[in-house]
Design a protein around this ligand. Structure first.
Ligand code: SF4
Length: 180
């Protein structure tokens, strides 16, 4: 049993979603050396790579290799981009990949996250399924989508994914969140 580590290697992202809380006034990164130092300082049992899109970090693959090499159960949260830039063996080494969906249809999802975001996530989910990697769909519950959550749960079931709802997520845009 060890600590669960949440890592955001970079605030960079290929999308710019309305509800995102990442800073956009510069590029901020953790280095492989930073991650090594954390692993050397604390007993880490599991790690999740989350916000922004980790595959944009130049040392992303090396960071995953390091975590997995330390027997740390490592998961990724992604919009699909990072999955598509990972080699098969590295992707297979992840314990789980989580995909963010706010709406259950391509039209709604692309309107919220940007054109092509639905296809990107779907193709990446399919790649994980083909490689036998466990997948989860996560949704942030907002006043704009809370009535659509049953349809997203159905989508997850159809795609062989787990389903998780984040009822609270820190953000500066309260008009989208929890104002039910
Ligand atoms: S995909 Fe995630 S990290 Fe990227 S802008 Fe959207 S919410 Fe933010």
């Amino acid at each position: 049993m060890g600590y669960s580590l949440g890592l955001g290697l970079t605030n960079e992202c290929n999308l710019s979603c309305a509800h995102c809380y990442r800073p956009t006034d510069g590029t901020f990164r953790l280095s492989l050396q930073d991650v090594r130092r954390i692993c050397d300082s604390l007993p880490i049992g599991s790690a999740n790579l989350g916000t922004g899109e980790n595959g944009l970090h130049p040392e992303y693959n090396a960071v995953v290799e390091h975590l997995v090499g330390q027997d740390i159960k490592t998961s990724l949260t992604t919009n699909g981009y990072t999955v598509q830039v990972m080699p098969d063996p590295l992707l297979r080494s992840l314990s789980e990949v989580e995909f963010s969906f706010d709406f259950p249809t391509p039209r709604e999802q692309d309107a919220f996250r940007g054109p092509g975001s639905w296809d990107l996530a779907m193709q990446a989910m399919e790649r994980c399924r083909t490689l036998g990697v466990e997948i989860t769909i996560i949704s942030v519950m907002m006043r704009t989508n809370y009535q659509r959550l049953p349809q997203i749960a159905r989508l997850a079931h159809e795609r062989g994914a787990n389903f998780r709802v984040n009822v609270y997520q820190a953000g500066e845009i309260g008009r989208l969140l929890h104002d039910l």
